[in-house]
Design a protein. Structure first.
Length: 117
């Protein structure tokens, strides 16, 4: 199993970034997937979740209306489109495979997003 995030970087407030999570080693389309983030000194928090077929999504209140989660099961890839970025969005962003039991959860290594002028 492998989850590889990419697309992070430095962006000015109000800017946009698109994160990708490339999955391999398992049947991607059979798992719910999520994005999490962890800012320095804070606990890891759930950002968004997407259903197996991509037809259901949920968002943290702090990103609702600004971020969009999506997936392409043919490419085994999940995305997070982040618009209107704020300094408080600065964090390491992780993708997670949501197992039907916690022991089957799997995390990527994370990608840094920094929002600063």
């Amino acid at each position: 199993v492998q989850l590889v995030e990419s697309g992070g970087g430095l962006v000015q407030p109000g800017g946009s970034l698109r994160l990708s999570c490339a999955a391999s080693g398992f049947t991607f389309s059979t798992y719910i997937m999520s994005w999490y983030r962890q800012a320095p000194g804070k606990e890891r928090e759930l950002v968004a979740t997407i259903g197996k077929a991509g037809d259901s999504t949920n968002y943290a209140n702090s990103v609702k209306g600004r971020f969009t989660i999506s997936r392409d099961n043919a490419k085994n890839t999940m995305y997070l489109q982040m618009n209107s970025l704020k300094p408080e969005d600065t964090a390491v962003y992780y993708c997670k495979r949501v197992g039907f039991l916690p022991k089957y959860d799997y995390w990527g290594q994370g990608t840094q997003v920094t929002v600063s002028s």
